[in-house]
Design a protein around this ligand. Sequence first.
Ligand code: PLP
Length: 467
Amino acid sequence: MTTPDLLGLPATAPGATGVPTAASPAAGTASRVPPPAATPPPEAAGATWPGIGATGRQNSQQPSFSPELARRDMPILHRTVNGKPLVWLDNGATTQKPRQVIEAVSGFYGAGNSNIHRGAHTMAREATEAYEGGRAAVAQFLGAGSPDEIVFTRGTTEAINLVAQSWGRANLGPGDDILVPVLEHHSNIVPWQMVAKETRARVVPVPLRPDGQIDLDAYADRLSMRTRLVALSQASNVLGTVPPVKEMTALAHRYRAKVLVDGAQAVAHFPVDVADLDADFYVFSGHKLFAPTGIGALYAKPEILEAMAPWQGGGNMIESVSFEQTDYAPVPHRLEAGTGHIAGVVGLLAAVNWLTGFDRPAVAAYETELLGYAQQALATVPGLDLIGSAPDRIAVLTFTLAGHDPVEIADWLDRDGIAVRAGHHCAQPALAHYGLASAARASLALYNTPEEVDQLAASLQRLQKSG
Ligand code: PLP
């Protein structure tokens, strides 16, 4: 078995050779298509348990995409719920897992389980190679310059808290501003409020326009030499808005502010290139990217990461310890105290391989088309109001239905086997912008189909007729 096969990143897979540079299908998205990745994953010889390597579709020579291909890999999509075939439209909350991910995790526990970085035995070496191979794959997936720029975390929330506690405490002070658009998820608001309280900095909201776009004039007005950080999502989980992150980042940099990009809702939908964005920090969660829960990553520019102090102490993050003097390990390990989620990284590696095995511009084009189809289908439901209509967006459809509470809507749909989310979606300020406390949300992924959208619309029409 060759090394690339072992990592599931054969030289001929799209993920290994760079994502095609065809223009992105959605208006204004072309800048999100990254150039070919510069560094292939490092050698990772040795880890040979089932599921980690050349299993499944990702090793096909020709990248291609169809929702049916993706569905074939998703065992859970073939179950029923309440006697009906499952229609999973809750991808914004979490995505389903392909068999390649399930097999990789189960293969690791069945044949490869070991702690990493310690111990001289074969299995410790194999697990370490898989873990570090996962880091290399994430670096390549994000367009980072080196695996050393990737810190594993439990997910987006932990990555943002890490930046707030480590970088924020050291770099924020009285009178400093942190700019946060109103559409942010609570996990990109609350950690900044916490560190602002400690450091006497200010969290400054950036307002939205009626359609759910960030008000870019207001953004420019709020930027100043006091701005230390702009924290913004690359895609909103409730409005679907995809802001012009590259342009907003360039503007922030004119004021020497740093920019943290929350990619939780972006990574599954379109290719990401942190170098092209010039993001200082980029964070995401594996579970929204077809990988297990409990694993995610922080990317940071090397010079910023290098200067970041540990935020948690313990094993794995030290060079040497004595009661007189403790020396810390270099980054990224300095920021990864304790035993990491090794199986999670193995699953994340498999998920990245699975997704990048598809023609990603074709995936983005399909999702944009499906979004248009869903907008038309939902427009036929009497009393349904879609929240957010920014022109550049991911396939998130948040809505209210006259006469029905969002929880009632979700309950009704559940009886038809259709999973949508109801509530505040951890984005209360974004909903408040529309005078709402709660809404229903259907969020689509590459494996959803027009037939599923038809079922959603038909079920909502029946609900309206039922009174
Ligand atoms: N940011 C955005 C935009 C999200 O949609 C979410 C989750 O829905 C998060 C952050 C938090 O992600 P996690 O709970 O995986 O840390």
